[in-house]
Ligand binder design. Structure first.
Ligand code: ZN
Length: 331
């Protein structure tokens, strides 16, 4: 009871702090803005030698220097970091005339992307575990006669060919139409000493919204933050084994999303966070790729072809190589 009252108070404080009613039924999401430490963007920009300018007064602003450009919007979690869409953990807020960013986003979103982690333990990449989503009795999304489980496996097989050619050792969580429990997938990656875990999926919107298209790449939500969307969210917001690699997870997701959106010229739905089961228990840097919408008339048709599959695989390889180049120790 006491915690319920505390939550309610935090909710009210949160609503007061943002000046907006909070409608989400998610306890953790309601409580966070009030508890969340925020930093003033002007101070942070100055300390990091970034120039701050409004692109649209009081709405959109840009932080930039010779090598980086970050675009943020007030009351929004949508950011652009060097041209790639990235969902922040908390919205940018304006308080007493000062624009503020959550300390967690400074530490866990901007810093790892603007100064990528190099030479951390676990940053050597030799073996990659590919995880074709769904399988067996779980078909995943279905559009007409097309099942997600078929196309994730076809993409994984193409990706295995291309990654092997690029010099990686590749292992698959499934190479047939088999059902594999979610916790087993990162467990297989661990048993096979994989250095990266890459789960492959395709999206589908309900038929009323078949205009939705584009790629999105997920990494595990850090402790204390809420996921980009609650779909597939597990219970609780505690620490999981996967949180050990928060920085690398995000940087990997960023590089893959960058390569996908550039190579395929698809809509950039952004780097997102979720507590998907396969990401929670991965002991190596891990991402989940939603490579496109099977439900979109044009994008869907492409996803079902081998020519486009090769192109998707090329983009993912390019993203993994960019990640490898940036994070592996130089010596
Ligand atoms: Zn899926």
């Amino acid at each position: 009871m006491k915690s319920a009252i505390t939550s309610l108070l935090l909710m009210l404080l949160a609503a007061a702090a943002t000046g907006r009613p909070l409608s989400t039924p998610h306890g953790a999401e309601l409580a966070t803005p009030a508890r969340q430490a925020y930093v003033r963007l002007t101070d942070w920009a100055k300390a990091n030698r970034l120039e701050l300018q409004w692109l649209k007064q009081d709405e959109t602003l840009q932080l930039s220097n010779h090598s980086s450009k970050v675009v943020l919007a007030v009351d929004s979690r949508e950011a652009q970091i060097n041209g790639v869409a990235v969902w922040l953990l908390f919205p940018v807020v304006a308080r007493n005339g000062a624009v503020c960013l959550a300390q967690l986003d400074v530490n866990l979103t901007l810093r790892p992307l603007l100064s990528p982690p190099r030479g951390q333990p676990g940053a050597r990449i030799r073996t990659i575990c590919l995880d074709p989503g769904h399988g067996g009795k779980d078909p995943g999304n279905r559009v007409g006669s097309n099942q997600e489980k078929q196309h994730t496996l076809l993409l994984a097989q193409e990706l295995r060919t291309q990654l092997t050619r690029a010099g990686f050792k590749v292992t698959l969580t499934r190479s047939t139409d088999a059902f594999i429990e979610l916790p087993t997938r990162p467990e297989l990656a661990k048993r096979r000493s994989a250095d990266l875990f890459v789960s492959l999926h395709f999206n589908a919107a309900d038929t009323a919204r078949n205009s939705v298209q584009g790629s999105e790449v997920y990494c595990l939500t850090p402790v204390g933050a809420s996921s980009t969307n609650a779909r597939g969210e597990g219970a609780g917001a505690g620490a999981f084994p996967g949180n050990r690699h928060n920085d690398l997870n995000l940087f990997l997701a960023y590089q893959v999303q960058k390569a996908l959106t550039r190579t395929l010229a698809v809509e950039d739905r952004g780097v997102r966070r979720a507590r998907f089961a396969v990401l929670r228990d991965a002991v190596m840097p891990a991402v989940l790729i939603e490579a496109g919408f099977m439900s979109h008339p044009a994008e869907g048709r492409k996803i079902f072809t081998s020519a486009y599959r090769q192109k998707m695989a090329r983009a993912i390889v390019e993203g993994l190589l960019a990640y490898k180049r940036a994070v592996e120790p130089t010596t």
